[in-house]
Design a protein around this ligand. Sequence first.
Ligand code: KG4
Ligand code: ZN
Length: 336
Amino acid sequence: MKILGIETSCDETSASVVDDSFTVHSNIIYSQLEHGKYGGVVPELASRAHIRAIVPVIEEAVEAAETDLRSIDGIAVTKGPGLVGSLIVGLSVAKGLALAHNKTLIGVHHLEGHIFSNRIEHPIEPPLLTLLASGGHTELVVVSKWGQYEILGRTRDDAAGEAFDKVAKLLGLLPNKGSVMGGRLLAELAEKGDPQAISFPRALSREDGFDFSFSGLKTAVLNFSRSLKAGELERIKADIAASFQAAVVDVLVTRTVKAMKSTGISQVGLAGGVAANRSLRTQLGDSVKEQGGKLYCPTLSLCTDNAAMIAAVGVARLANGYQTEVDLDATPRLSL
Ligand code: KG4
Ligand code: ZN
């Protein structure tokens, strides 16, 4: 069984072919560069860029998988959450292809896709605790069965990736870099700095529960940067980046370990764009191991938005006898 996955929820146009053993036959990702000069994703530009890219990206994915649309068993497409105009592009193409080729159409929750990114490479059997940290979401999710999710905690304001992006912007790391993803650039700079140079706040650390908050941290970095004398910011930029990253990683790791203890779940999955962060992967891996658990991290190409994770959810759905959702529509605000 083969599934074609389509992902267009934000600024990546992606298509992928995955089979029923979760082998990825292709995973084509086109990252839109047109937003770079605006410092953030412009929804209208994103929809137009998806329209231009979607057909060639699907053709490339099908060709790279050495298959054709007739041999595909189902089409899985992101239905939300995301930018409505962007979601509609992927959904319209998926619906058209499903109708034309008489294939099952499967609407997939974007966050379930991120959770499944770990299932692609590892034959994990739940229960699994997933720390999902992306540009739009930061959540601790209990996966009691595939398809059955309980959110233990979530961010009350900014997502972890969003905080990375905003701090990268205020440190001036974004101009002329094309992409609006500051996280990777900030992480690269952080490698050169001292993570203990500045003590930034760890919000909600004394509170019960598993929620996160990153907007105070972002403001603390902003205030600290503004308090510096001219020229000093340039000199200690790497220390600021490293200290900020240490605060984010500390909060994410502490909360995840607390959730492991509270639920008794020893298998942990890290997912979402921030899962690409080396420091987070290492520190979470060490802490989970200290608790006698095991951490699963996706390879880098499966951390940020991609269609393979969407196709993987489609594989699981179709294996359970899924029927096409006739009224499948874009759902910009969709909870797991
Ligand atoms: O999952 P994703 O591709 O999109 C959403 O669903 O939001 O995540 C993108 C986020 C961005 O905020 C980006 O800055 C962040 O992931 N990111 C990173 C790294 N690579 C990407 N954050 C920290 N360190 C990285 N190496
Ligand atoms: Zn995502």
